[in-house]
Design a protein around this ligand. Structure first.
Ligand SMILES: Cc1cc2nc3c(=O)[nH]c(=O)nc-3n(C[C@H](O)[C@H](O)[C@H](O)COP(=O)(O)OP(=O)(O)OC[C@H]3O[C@@H](n4cnc5c(N)ncnc54)[C@H](O)[C@@H]3O)c2cc1C
Length: 509
């Protein structure tokens, strides 16, 4: 294993790979990834990537939709940068070989999703993420970037306020080692796995955010956890709930109670295509009202041939479980899906620690504010990872004679993952209460207090799960209002004094 590189990237999803491709010309790169290279949230993205391509659409329109969903917290400059760079970078993905679905004229076939006032979702049927992930992996290979699989980053090396690399668990040697870098880039994805019910794969334990927080970085808006309204009820594969893309509602899918009554028009003028926070809360309210553990998503009125061609993965996966969506509704429930908050960065993906960058879902660029607009996350990762490489290329070399502090290591830390997931599902879901937050805070503080400052050979993710849960609970308690994805029953309204990010750092807290 190399001891020093120019750019050390943690994560091989859209964010890490995009940064690697753009930076390969500027120096030596190493990507650490904790499982197989394609194991990522990116690989499972279905719906698509939002961008302005239609004549009926405009940058202003995409900007306004994003800001509206963000409920007053979106950073306007970041949103503008993301939207305006979209068409160029999405077209580049197509040129690299992503087989996005085209219409009869050979233009991108644009899908529609909740909160978007225009058709602007570029997609490869219902497996957009798989297509992007594999095309980027091929390009990284062509650029001779080294990807080291089954290596788990554990903690950052911080000396004199700068990040000089990280400690990781070397799976081959079964020991902890370190690598130094001029720039360390966290692209570790989301935190869905701190909940029992999530659409995220097992890699999504929030490692990057937890590491950065422990190192002293500023972390923002962790209370805004997006629950996708429609994951298949009661079926999990490989530790994740199967998602039914919002695009299905974009093509006419209707949410109904278990008794077959459509309900979304009661909750929002946009009906089934209202923003996700509204739809998820509506689903939970209807589940309570009908004493049911699920609601129904019905698209059986749409032409069967069209559905099979447009949603092949969803159709085939549901069929495996005996659900024929061309004939009957799919039972669905909300599940933890996307982390709007993360490591606070500027529009060049620089964190509050020198030489430390954060990209993609583990970062908080401020674009999503209090609620992410569907299909904006792949776009955010693509745009800001491209910009980050422009900044990282200017970074000066670190001194190689740096003495690395020896970290105390233990074989294994305690593992409270299951208990924490249960607490998170119960008290930090779609609808929160003051009492529930207090109970969660007490229990999770107790779990966190069991960890010391060392690093663990095994169960490293368990400590990250505890740290992330703590960040979410603390942020949720700090925001005594309801806004976007954060809804507290006792404070159902937005308050003007909370029109700002919730920022937490070790120093500040
Ligand atoms: C089911 C599903 C459907 C979605 N659909 C859409 C959609 O249609 N449109 C959209 O815009 N967004 C969608 N999203 C969200 C989007 O896919 C993600 O936000 C985006 O892919 C995140 O990319 P990323 O590169 O930041 O992280 P990821 O793609 O999750 O990659 C994270 C990487 O970091 C690695 N890693 C993590 N921790 C460590 C560690 N400690 N050490 C080493 N490696 C580590 C992982 O192994 C992985 O390689 C969806 C998400 C899911 C789960």
């Amino acid at each position: 294993m190399l001891k020093k590189v120019d750019f050390l990237i943690v994560g091989s999803g859209i964010a890490g790979l995009t940064f690697a491709i753009n930076s390969a010309q500027y120096g030596q790169i190493l990507i650490l990834t904790k499982k197989n290279r394609a194991d990522s949230n990116t690989n499972y993205a279905q719906g698509g990537i939002a961008s302005v391509f239609s004549d009926a659409d405009s940058f202003d329109c995409h900007i306004n939709d994003t800001i509206k969903a963000g409920e007053g917290l979106s950073h306007q400059n970041a949103v503008k940068i993301m939207v305006e760079n979209g068409p160029k970078l999405v077209s580049k993905l197509y040129d690299k070989g992503c087989r996005f679905t085209l219409d009869d004229q050979g233009n991108f076939a644009l899908g529609k999703e909740g909160g978007h006032s225009q058709r602007r979702i570029v997609h490869a049927k219902d497996y957009t993420g798989y297509e992007i992930e594999h095309v980027l992996l091929e390009e990284v290979k062509r650029k001779n970037v080294i990807i080291s699989e089954n290596e788990i980053a554990l903690d950052l090396i911080i000396i004199d306020g700068e990040c000089l690399g990280l400690y990781f668990f070397d799976a081959n040697k079964q020991k902890i080692d370190y690598i130094l870098a001029n720039a360390t880039v966290l692209a570790t994805g989301g935190t869905g796995q701190i909940y029992l019910h999530t659409t995220n794969p097992p890699i999504a334990t929030g490692d990057g955010i937890a590491m950065a927080f422990r190192a002293g970085a500023r972390v923002a808006n962790m209370e805004f956890v997006q629950f996708h309204p429609t994951s298949v009820y009661n079926i999990q594969t490989d530790g994740r709930a199967f998602l039914i893309s919002e695009a299905l509602r974009g093509e006419g899918g209707i949410l109904k109670t278990k008794n077959g009554k459509p309900f979304m028009d009661k909750y929002d003028p946009a009906g089934n295509l209202a923003p996700r926070d509204i739809v998820a809360r509506a689903c939970v309210s209807e589940m309570y009202a009908t004493k049911s553990k699920y609601v129904l998503l019905d698209i059986s009125h749409v032409n069967a041939g069209y559905l099979k061609n447009r949603f092949p993965t969803i159709y085939e996966t549901c069929m495996k479980w005996g659900i024929d969506m061309t004939r009957e509704p799919i039972p669905v429930v909300p599940a933890a899906h996307y982390t709007c908050g993360g490591i606070l960065v500027n529009t060049w993906a620089e964190s509050s620690i020198n030489r430390l960058f954060a990209l993609g879902e583990c970062s908080c660029t401020g674009v999503h504010g209090a609620n992410r607009l569907a299909s904006n996350s792949l776009l955010e990762a693509l745009v800001f990872s491209t910009r980050a490489s422009e900044r990282a290329k200017k970074i000066k070399s670190i001194r190689t004679k740096t003495r690395i502090p020896v970290k105390q290591t233990a074989q294994s830390g305690p593992d409270y993952r299951l208990q924490i997931k249960e607490i998170m599902d119960q008290y930090l879901g779609v609808i929160r209460t003051v009492k529930g937050l207090e109970i969660a805070h007490e229990s999770i503080s107790d779990f966190c207090s069991k960890y010391d400052d060392g690093i663990y050979l095994k169960n490293a993710e368990a400590r990250n799960v505890a740290d992330i849960a703590m960040l979410i609970v603390k942020s949720a308690i700090m925001r005594t209002e309801s806004r976007g994805l954060h809804y507290i029953r006792e404070y159902p309204k937005k308050k003007r004094e909370f029109s700002k990010d919730t920022v937490i750092s070790r120093k500040e807290s």
